[in-house]
Design a protein around this ligand. Structure first.
Ligand code: GTP
Length: 637
């Protein structure tokens, strides 16, 4: 395929606006998959994606399209819509020249439509605006067109109208992709080979079946050609490998002998260590001197496995939690699983951590709680390693000022006063400094955009205030909807703000947020004691004004979530050693066979087995059994 016959594009949209459904229709229309009622989100391959009906990983497919008597090669990337996975969108657009900006013709522009538009706009990509779901009875194409025009300054004549579900208008959209999106720019087939590594994963099945060894790399070839048998070198590590297999995805793997500049595809090259396939790296031919492609940031020293960001990942906010194996002898298996999963999801940050109660584990930074939930589900589903996750926390900045009297030289009595300033980040409440008097605390802030029908504004204002939100702006988006801009402390919105927003707006309000720097504030650590023992894994940081109320809530929540045990449990919330709230859980004698009269052995066995399975989902801290989701549950409203 000559460069002028190639088009690389992504589909971007707010969650549920129909990206994956549109990808299905495009694959059918171009013959990549057979037309079939059963084709539902075929590019969503992960179990967690199928179960939840959401995309969490960007997926690509190369398809062939005949238009104007020419055969075009279209490389399509379907991206996730949820704010926690925006990193996937940024990573995907690095390999594209254009995007389809899909907007639900009933719901109109939503918070992630705005966020994704700006990712494409700032990357200077061609944007094809498309209204989807025009088949719906309550679709409002005129109104939504008006919105797109005013918010994004887009020419209404350029907006296409489709139904991804029924395929209406999709053929015209394919024509627009070819006509409006430019072929790959800045690609040179006669220059020495250079390719951007923009995704990588570990195929357990293929490795087990001895079909291939190591990691699969997805690349966008920017210059030159790569063929099976070539020796390639990683710009980042300097290590070189022989290319064993090359293929394109359509959406199934189709082996080929070479890839040319402008094309995307996958290759395997005996890369065994996941840390050797860092997303954003540049591959070139062994021994050649080349300029690396933009998009790679050096791992920072705190990372033990790999910590990489591509493009704008630094702008994303992180939520941290400790991850521990349920059984301590699963330590190695969990290490391997985390290594493989971070390869496939390089937006997570990782460092080792240990806890008195939970043993050896990891501190992991996620882009949000859904991201954290999906990561942990994938650890269990794809790698068979269930985990305990501790209370999530954001990263706080602490400045400690220490004033010292230093004796003057040559004089035994006279001293000079010297102030030393120390600045550090704490993302684990267990590491919160004890000397509270000498520290200034800073918390990360987020600028949030909420879009809601006007009728729900009165319900939303109090929940924003309760979470210490500061209103920056509020204005009409159109005749029925309002756009609100707030500044929030990140820790106030990260756990369950979105759930609450949905519930007070009957599901209509949408929400997106971005980094707004650190601000000076007054924070304290609340520790939780169970029967007098501090369980640091349950401790958390709050604003001083909320300490009393939150401490009491957490104690009550623990009464609800901790199973009753054979002895009484005293729960206390403390600041330093001062108790601010307390509750008690009464003892119970738990005899699962108590109601099992007579001699039905199989029933008894079943009950005992169920009890044993239940225990696997518990973690012993001291002599207290704690269900593994307790750490997160206590923070939810
Ligand atoms: P995420 O990847 O999770 O962000 O979602 P998505 O944007 O990929 O949306 P998806 O394709 O999963 O579609 C969401 C829902 O909308 C599904 O129930 C689809 O069947 C439905 N849907 C998609 N396109 C249309 C359409 O044109 N008409 C109608 N009526 N429903 C549609």
């Amino acid at each position: 395929y000559p460069l002028e016959l190639i088009r690389n594009f992504s589909i971007i949209a707010h969650i549920d606006h129909g990206k994956s459904t549109l990808a299905d229709r495009i694959l059918e229309l171009t013959g990549a998959i057979k037309k079939n009622e059963e084709n539902k989100q075929v590019l969503d391959k992960l179990q967690v994606e199928k179960e939840r009906g959401i995309t969490v990983k960007a997926q690509s497919a190369s398809i062939f399209y005949h238009h104007n008597n020419k055969d075009y090669l279209l490389n399509l990337i379907d991206t996730p819509g949820h704010v926690d996975f925006s990193y996937e969108v940024s990573r995907s657009v690095a390999a594209c020249q254009g995007v389809i900006l899909l907007v639900d013709a009933n719901q109109g522009v939503q918070a992630q439509t705005v966020a994704n538009f700006y990712i494409a706009f700032t990357s200077e990509l061609t944007i094809i605006p498309v209204l989807n779901k025009i088949d719906l009875k309550n679709a409002k194409p005129e109104e939504v067109t008006e919105e797109i025009m005013t918010i994004f300054d887009i020419d209404p004549d350029s907006i296409l109208k489709i139904s991804a579900k029924f395929g209406t208008g999709v053929d015209d959209l394919l024509k627009a992709i070819v006509d409006r999106i430019p072929p790959p720019t800045n690609c040179d087939r006669s220059a020495p080979f250079r390719a951007l590594l923009y995704d990588s994963w570990y195929d357990k099945y293929k490795v087990r079946m001895l079909i291939l060894v190591g990691v699969i790399c997805q690349i966008f070839v920017v210059d030159g050609t790569i063929s099976v048998g070539d020796q390639i070198q990683s710009h980042h590590t300097g290590k070189s490998y022989e290319v064993k297999n090359i293929a394109y995805l359509s959406p199934d793997e189709r082996p080929i002998q070479k890839l040319l500049a402008g094309q995307v595809g996958i290759l395997s090259a005996n890369i065994r260590e996941t840390s050797e396939a860092l997303i954003g790296d540049t591959f070139h031919l062994k021994g050649q001197k080349i300029e690396p492609l933009p998009g790679f940031k050096e791992p920072t020293p705190m990372a033990i496995i790999c910590l990489v960001h591509v493009v704008t990942c630094n702008n994303y906010l992180q939520v941290y939690a400790g991850i521990y194996p349920i059984e301590s002898n699963d330590q190695l298996a969990l290490k391997n699983a985390i290594e493989k999963l971070t390869l496939n999801d390089s937006s997570v940050k990782l460092s080792v951590e240990s806890s008195n109660a939970l043993g050896q584990g990891w501190r992991v930074g996620f882009l949000g709680l859904l991201h954290m939930d999906v990561f942990n589900t994938r650890l269990e589903q794809e790698h068979g390693t269930p985990v305990v996750v501790t209370t999530p926390s954001v990263s706080y900045k602490i400045i400690r000022r220490i004033v010292r009297n230093i004796p003057k030289q040559k004089s035994k009595k006279a001293t000079v006063v010297k102030e030393e300033v120390e600045e550090f980040i704490v993302n684990n409440p267990a590491r919160w400094p004890e000397d509270a008097a000498n520290i200034e605390t800073y918390e990360p802030m987020a600028k949030a955009t909420i879009i809601t029908p006007e009728a729900y504004v009165q319900n939303i204002l109090p929940i924003c205030e309760e979470r210490r939100g500061e209103q920056v702006d509020i204005k009409d988006l159109d005749s029925k909807r309002v756009i609100m801009v707030y500044k929030f402390p990140l820790n106030e919105i990260v756990v369950d703000f979105f759930d609450e927003l949905k519930s007070v707006s009957s599901g209509y309000a949408t929400f997106d947020y971005e980094d707004a720097g650190y601000e000076l504030t007054d924070l304290v650590k609340i520790g939780i004691k169970l029967n007098g023992n501090l369980v640091d894994e349950l401790s958390f940081i709050v604003h001083r004004s909320k300490a009393q109320v939150v401490g009491r809530k957490i104690c009550l929540k623990l009464v609800e979530t901790l199973p009753r045990q054979l002895f009484q449990i005293a729960i206390q919330a403390v600041i330093n050693s001062k108790v601010i709230a307390r509750e008690t859980i009464r003892a119970v004698k738990k005899d699962v066979l108590a109601k099992c009269y007579g001699g039905d052995v199989t029933r008894k066995m079943k009950l005992l087995q169920r009890q044993a399975e239940g225990k696997k989902r518990m973690k012993m801290i001291g002599n207290i059994e704690i269900p593994r989701n307790t750490f997160i549950e206590v923070l939810k409203k």
